[in-house]
Design a protein around this ligand. Structure first.
Ligand code: HEC
Length: 169
């Protein structure tokens, strides 16, 4: 090898090792939450099973997504329900599921066939279970603002208007 070639090879080796170290530092200093899913549930096992059974029987997933952070803005026209318990209280949810006309509580923007149906016909016990289950679906604090923005966009079709929307909450 000529001297010039050695220099080039040496330079490349230094560069590669340098990049590896840099990436390693960048990766290991990424806050751990940025690598994890922000949604969690506080429900007991019983509540999860009972709530999930009603959720399935009523086919809520026809319109909503739950337990997925992928395709957040995808074709599903209704808001996703991950973290909904950090946005709405259990009482709000029970009132909403019990309302004869849910659009009076939360105005949607979709055609009637895609709008939130009334579940006032369900037994009180089922509505309570559903409300408790939904209220247990939480989001980590660091993702709360992002979730609010996504929810706002799903409901209104508009981007989150920074300050004035916060005032109205
Ligand atoms: C036909 C589609 C459809 C079905 C089925 C449906 N939803 Fe909805 N839901 C919507 C839409 C759309 C909205 C947003 C408000 C609107 O447009 O009426 C909504 C809103 C909600 C909200 C409020 C979301 C928010 O941002 O505050 C909750 C909670 C909810 N639905 C839970 C449920 C549960 C639980 C079920 C099953 C028992 C269910 N939905 C079934 C379409 C549906």
């Amino acid at each position: 090898m000529r001297r010039g070639e050695k220099l080039i090879l040496g330079g490349m080796a230094v560069l590669i090792v340098g990049l590896m170290v840099k990436n390693y530092i960048a990766f290991s200093s990424t806050p751990s939450h940025e690598k994890s899913i922000p949604f969690y549930s506080t429900a007991s096992k019983e509540l999860t099973i009972a709530g999930d059974a009603i959720y399935k029987a009523q086919n809520c997933k026809k319109c909503h997504s739950l337990w997925t952070i992928k395709n957040i803005m995808a074709t599903v026209p209704a808001p996703m329900l991950d973290g909904i318990g950090s946005l709405r209280s259990e009482k709000w949810l029970l009132d909403y599921f019990s309302a004869g006309d849910p659009q009076k509580i939360l105005k949607g923007r979709l055609k009637a066939e895609w709008s939130m149906p009334s579940y006032s016909h369900l037994p009180q016990q089922d509505r309570e279970t559903l409300a408790a289950y939904m209220a247990s679906l939480k989001v980590e604090d660091w993702y709360l603002e992002d979730l609010k923005k996504l929810e706002y966009k799903k409901l209104t079709g508009n981007e989150w208007p920074a300050e004035d929307a916060k005032d109205k909450q």
